[in-house]
Design a protein around this ligand. Structure first.
Ligand code: FES
Length: 233
């Protein structure tokens, strides 16, 4: 089927979403909670677009493309919602990126650069969660988590394990290990959570990456989608 996105006529398979139609045709719409191999949750609100003939904006990752649709991803309201979403994520995320091991290879960093100045209308209130580096392979630094849920879905849906899950801790949603440790939680150490994490929240210890690839983590990581104009090689 064919539709028009940002003035360009594109085609997509039947059942594909607006976001899939855009990305597969080289049109970048910011997205974070979306992952092509995972169930869509439309939780980050970054992929908002205007659909001609509809009131308000819709999440491009959650709406199926239809023949003849006309989509504007640069609509003012969509961009405003996107900026607000980035603000909401930065409210609890450390605002200083340079000290993060994923600096320069962080999808969230790239997207926030793409979205541009948000005006930071929300007062920053970074959460403090102690780093958990007890496991020799996978390290959790959940202060950097933006709650996209990709890690939880990857563990459940791709691996059928469920070693990590969402839980409310002191009134705030958080990704936690389903047990005292990853071993207790029956983690298989497949690193699916590491691969899908768009920030530095869940990552391998630097020494593991170097041993497996002969490269430092910075060299070895495959960063965010190449279609993104803010993509960093
Ligand atoms: Fe669509 Fe997150 S990518 S809401």
């Amino acid at each position: 089927m064919t539709l028009v996105i940002d003035g360009k006529t594109v085609s997509v398979r039947t059942g594909g979403t607006i976001l899939e139609a855009a990305l597969s045709n080289g049109i970048y719409i910011p997205n974070l909670c979306y992952h092509e191999n995972l169930r869509h949750t439309a939780s980050c609100r970054l992929c908002m677009v205007r659909q001609e003939g509809k009131k308000g904006v819709v999440a491009a990752c959650a709406v199926k493309a239809e023949e003849g649709m006309v989509i504007d991803s640069k609509d003012a309201l969509a961009e405003n919602v996107r900026k607000l979403s980035v603000d909401l994520m930065f409210k609890t995320h450390p605002s200083e990126c340079t000290g993060c091991p994923k600096f320069g290879h962080c999808q969230f960093q790239s997207i926030s650069q793409f979205v541009g100045d948000t005006g930071r209308r929300l007062r920053a209130n970074p959460i403090r969660i102690a780093e958990d580096a007890r496991n020799p392979i996978i390290l959790h630094e959940m202060t950097r988590c933006i709650l996209c849920g990709r890690c939880v879905r990857a563990c459940e849906e791709m691996r059928g394990v469920g070693a990590i899950r969402f839980e409310k801790v002191q009134g705030r949603l958080q990704v936690v290990v389903d047990g005292n440790s990853l071993q207790d939680a029956d983690c298989r150490f497949c690193s699916a959570c590491v691969e899908v994490c768009p920030t530095g929240a869940i990552r391998e210890h630097e020494a593991i990456t170097q041993k497996m690839t002969g490269k430092s983590r910075t060299d070895a990581l495959v960063p965010c989608r190449a279609a993104c104009p803010a993509h960093i090689d």
